[in-house]
Design a protein around this ligand. Structure first.
Ligand SMILES: *Cc1c(COP(=O)(O)O)cnc(C)c1O
Length: 382
């Protein structure tokens, strides 16, 4: 059986977790947390990073930092994970769903402008499959309407947007005012199952981010010696993970290049192999000129739901697990009666026709070749 996903272990996880335990500093914001945060700041030039217990928590911090008022609107793609929308809904905002592009599931920048009203405050681009949204276009709309941009970079570690205008290469998560990464076990690197990272790129949010992170207290300023006692100064929650999670994550970050190189080699193997099969009905993943590849996911899209169902079933019969992905949020049981009734055809098309192939570090070239041969058989039998 070829699994759909398996979390990767570099081998150093237990060592660092052991170290964290024996340092007798088990709660959050210790040495390993600082090391992980510094890693992202140094490697990608992010202004300030704070580890969180999940990507969802990082998104919730972003939503809190946006300081939304009742009736404020936030533009979110419908084809995304629940947390992207939920984080803002919890803050009392109205979520306005926007459609994906025809070429890939990312937010269609050209359709955003028509969704903007005097109450719009935030745009939330999701870098689906880790592939960059059209960030020049999105930042341009945001700047013209004075909106905040929160990148849902949950899948986008170690990936870039290359500006067609300036040629500048910018790390995803470092372009919007705020961003969130996830270290869930299904992502390229994990913090031991659950984990996330808040990125603060805009100076205005630096102080409040630390306060929200530490249960609404100015504890961080106290430990820096900036104030002589700390207390309750704002809203907040317990967003910081325990040190053993940060220790686990550190073992992965230390090996990030190796993890990424392996994943990219597997991804390219799929791409090269599948592009040679004749007369197929699927489309290969789209990588725009402005996007680099972090090999988070390898997905195919089919012309119809029936064909996708037959495909998943055929591979399952050959011991290969493939899965579909999101269901449009605008027509979910929870949001349907809150949605304004607009049809979002691309989001619904990806809901029905997108399938993800196995993609994880432990896969071998042989596994990939077997998967591709099975896909050949699927077409030979039709
Ligand atoms: C994984 C994911 C999240 C949530 O991250 P968790 O760490 O599981 O809370 C949010 N948005 C997207 C696009 C994701 O892929």
């Amino acid at each position: 059986m070829i699994d759909f996903n398996r979390p990767h272990l570099t081998g150093k996880e237990m060592h660092y977790m052991y170290q964290a335990v024996y340092q007798k500093k088990l709660s959050g914001n210790g040495e390993f947390t600082k090391r992980c945060q510094q890693f992202f700041q140094d490697r990608y030039g992010f202004r300030k990073c704070l580890l969180t217990t999940s990507g969802t928590d990082a998104l919730e911090m972003c939503a809190m930092l946006c300081n939304l008022q009742p009736g404020d609107e936030v533009i979110v793609p419908s084809y995304t994970f629940v947390s992207t929308a939920l984080a803002f809904l919890r803050e009392g905002a109205k979520v306005v769903f926007a459609d994906s592009m025809q070429r890939n599931p990312n937010l269609d920048a050209e359709k955003i402008e028509s969704r903007i009203t005097p109450r719009t405050r935030v745009i939330v681009p999701v870098h689906y499959a880790g592939v960059a949204c059209d960030m020049d276009a999105i930042m341009d709309v945001a700047n013209r309407h004075n909106l905040l941009v929160v990148e849902d970079a949950a899948q986008a570690i170690d990936n870039y947007y290359v500006s067609p205008k300036s040629g500048e290469k910018k790390a995803l998560g470092g372009i919007g005012h705020l961003a969130a990464f996830s270290f869930h076990e299904t992502k390229n690197v994990t913090a031991g199952g659950e984990g996330g990272l808040l990125v603060v790129n805009d100076e205005r949010f630096l102080r409040r981010a630390e306060i929200l992170w530490e249960k609404g207290t100015n504890r961080a300023e106290f430990f820096r010696g900036a104030v002589n006692k700390y207390g309750w100064v704002d809203m907040g929650s317990s967003f910081l993970p325990a040190e053993i999670n940060a220790a686990f994550l550190w073992a992965q970050l230390e090996n990030l290049d190796e993890i990424q190189n392996k994943r990219k080699a597997l991804w390219n193997r799929y791409y090269d192999n599948l592009s040679q099969i004749q007369n197929v009905s699927f489309s290969l993943p789209d990588l725009p000129d402005y996007a680099t590849n972090n090999a988070h996911m390898f997905y195919l899209t089919f012309p119809t739901l029936d064909e996708r169902t037959a495909f998943i079933q055929f591979l399952k019969e050959h011991d290969i697990l493939c899965v579909f992905h999101y269901l449009s949020l605008h027509s979910s049981p929870f949001y349907l009666d809150k949605h304004d009734g607009r049809v979002l055809p691309e989001s619904d098309r990806y809901t029905d026709t997108l399938v993800r192939l196995p993609m994880y570090y432990e896969l071998t070239f042989d596994d990939i070749d077997r998967i591709c041969d099975t896909i050949r058989m699927f077409y030979a039998n039709r």
